[in-house]
Write a protein that binds this ligand. Structure first.
Ligand code: ATP
Ligand code: MG
Length: 544
């Protein structure tokens, strides 16, 4: 089930406002500027950073998200769990329409139910609201909206924690555990572009699976998606922590890095110590950038999940963790305009183009948007496979070259896309660096196969690959094995929709692998061999 991708335009690069402000975009022609004010402002209490509201108030009602408690005028409202979950999902949408499909998948994540179950729960909710039943509005044939003015109750007032005998400073007799609601979740400096349907898909997965890994090519936006998701899920957890593993070079240090991220000191974290830290709290742990320490990350995720029933893990990695209970979500590229599209309004319907033009205009506000720029944007986004990192690097170049000048040179993507954000990690400074990061993690035979595959001009089957690139010291079984790993590692895209899977290298990967092939001096040998044996695939790239 997919939602149409919302049309979002970056509204500001300032930190977001405190929670739960909503702007409706009923007008279908509205290029909705939706302030995604999901990240609450942080508050220092007892040396801890508090980021979530403890409870939400609307009129005479008070709703505690993490425990799903609803009270009216201080008295508990007797209402079933499904209706409370429904209320939670409606509140989370900040006044926006929530479609029936989304409600069904969120409230009944593991079963398929008839729509009348949804109507029944909506009517229980309305009954519970009594004279305020109109807070839940029906949007005919589509879904529902929750229209209350919601006021977050920030820390500093008496909290649920006190009921459980934990003071606001979070200490019980010197217990070093952080308070409820503590988090190290970074507030993004700008709004996410596109991704609405992907966020709903992953949210549904997270509701049903305790370990979800966002997998995809370098720079495709796994971390950005995970952080956005964590913000949106924040109200469901007592605390949310992000452990960034990209800078950890030694697998032995993974445990310590996670412990440090959780504020548990510099030593390794044992499942037992983690359980003691966790207590009965519901915690969301984001293990970010795992691919280079994959075994250690998988082992740790598994043991923590075994030891703690109330833990949820979201991992990001260029390849799956292959851990027990893992559910993999392949993060797609941003949406690119069709070949040759030059109508600006049509181009802007596609998230890759919006990202490119927003970033370009942030660097050079005077760029005039016309048909030339629209067509050039289409070309740039397509040649860069809709990969956000490549698009951001391209936008940084557009200020100097102009959008059309950039489009004319975009085939030299590896030479051109070389100036990342100063504060970005080294692997995000250039397009080549992000591809090097993946290439360096490959085995020798995966490298050989990837290089040779770059000589293919289009898509191909496993049979074509093994016929055409198995020679010398790489046999056909090894080619198929390497092809499978290259798919797992997000370097080769696989289309398995029809009976026979078809494979292809994204353009950026092919350009990179072709460079490596040229460096290896093997291109001439391959082409000669293909000519001699008639083993050439239908289309051949890179023929000198
Ligand atoms: N949907 C988006 N909207 C706006 N910016 C985005 C989006 N997706 C990604 N970006 C930006 O693109 C860059 C790369 O994204 P990100 O770091 O999430 O990639 P990644 O897939 O985690 O890469 P890696 O495999 O190297 O860890 C970042 O600067 C990020 O902020
Ligand atoms: Mg990342």
């Amino acid at each position: 089930m997919m939602l149409a991708e919302a049309r979002l335009v970056q509204s500001s690069s300032l930190p977001r406002q405190p929670v739960l402000e909503s702007r409706r975009s009923d007008d279908p022609g509205d290029h909705a500027v939706i302030p995604l004010s999901r990240a609450p402002s942080s508050t220092e209490v007892g040396g801890q950073t508090w980021r979530s509201p403890r409870a939400l108030r609307f009129g005479r009602f008070r709703f505690v998200p993490h425990s799903r408690e609803l009270t009216a005028d201080g008295h508990p409202v007797l209402i079933g769990n499904r209706a409370l979950e429904l209320l939670f999902v409606l509140i989370e949408a900040r006044g926006e329409l929530v479609t029936k499909d989304v409600l069904l998948s969120r409230v009944w994540p593991t079963t398929i139910v008839e729509e009348n179950n949804l109507q029944f729960q909506i009517s229980s909710l309305r009954k519970a609201f009594g004279k305020d039943r109109d807070l839940v509005r029906t949007v005919s044939g589509r879904g529902y909206r929750f229209v209350a003015e919601i006021e977050p109750e920030m820390p500093g007032v008496r909290l649920e924690t006190e009921k459980r005998g934990i003071s606001q400073s979070g200490s019980v007799g010197g217990d070093p555990r952080p308070t409820y609601g503590s988090s190290n979740l970074p507030a993004p400096a700008s709004d996410i572009v596109g991704r609405e349907s992907h966020l709903s898909d992953v949210t549904a997965l997270v509701a049903a699976n305790r370990l979800v890994t966002l997998v995809g090519a370098g720079g495709i936006g796994k971390t950005r998606l995970a952080i956005e998701l964590a913000h949106r899920l924040e109200l469901r957890f007592d605390s949310v922590w992000v452990a960034e593993l990209g800078s950890v070079s030694d697998p032995e240090m993974v445990q310590s890095a996670v412990a440090a991220a959780l504020g548990l000191g510099a030593g390794p974290i044992s499942p037992a110590a983690f359980s003691a830290f966790l207590g009965s709290r519901r915690l969301l742990l984001v293990l970010d950038n795992c691919e280079h320490v994959i075994d250690a990350a998988a082992g740790l995720a598994e043991s923590l999940l075994h030891a703690n029933a109330s833990l949820q893990v979201i991992a990001t990695s260029r390849e799956p963790l292959r851990a027990e209970g893992e559910w993999v979500y392949r993060v797609p590229s941003l949406d690119v305009p069709p070949e040759g599209e030059d109508d600006l309004e049509a181009v802007l319907q596609h998230s890759a183009a919006r990202l490119f033009l927003e970033r370009t205009r942030a660097a050079e506000p005077d760029i005039l948007l016309g048909a030339g720029v629209a067509a050039a944007t289409t070309k740039i986004c397509r040649r860069l496979d809709g990969i956000p990192l490549a698009i951001e690097l391209a936008a940084a170049r557009a200020a100097a070259l102009g959008v059309e000048g950039l489009a004319a040179r975009v085939d030299d993507r590896l030479g051109l896309l070389t100036e990342g954000r100063r504060t970005a990690p080294a692997r995000h400074q250039t397009l080549r660096a992000t591809l090097d990061w993946s290439y360096e993690l490959l085995t020798e035979s995966e490298r050989v196969v990837m290089r040779r595959l770059s000589a293919f001009g289009g898509d191909f089957t496993a049979d074509t690959a093994s016929r055409s690139v198995a020679f010398g010291d790489v046999g056909s079984a090894q080619v198929v094995q390497s092809l499978t790993s290259l798919v797992a590692k997000s370097l080769v895209a696989a289309d398995v929709a029809d009976g026979t899977p078809r494979y292809r290298l994204l353009e950026t990967m092919r350009a990179y692998a072709a460079e490596k092939l040229a460096e290896s001096g093997e291109l001439g040998t391959i082409l000669q061999r293909w000519d001699r044996d008639g083993a050439a695939p239908v289309r051949v790239a890179n023929r000198p």
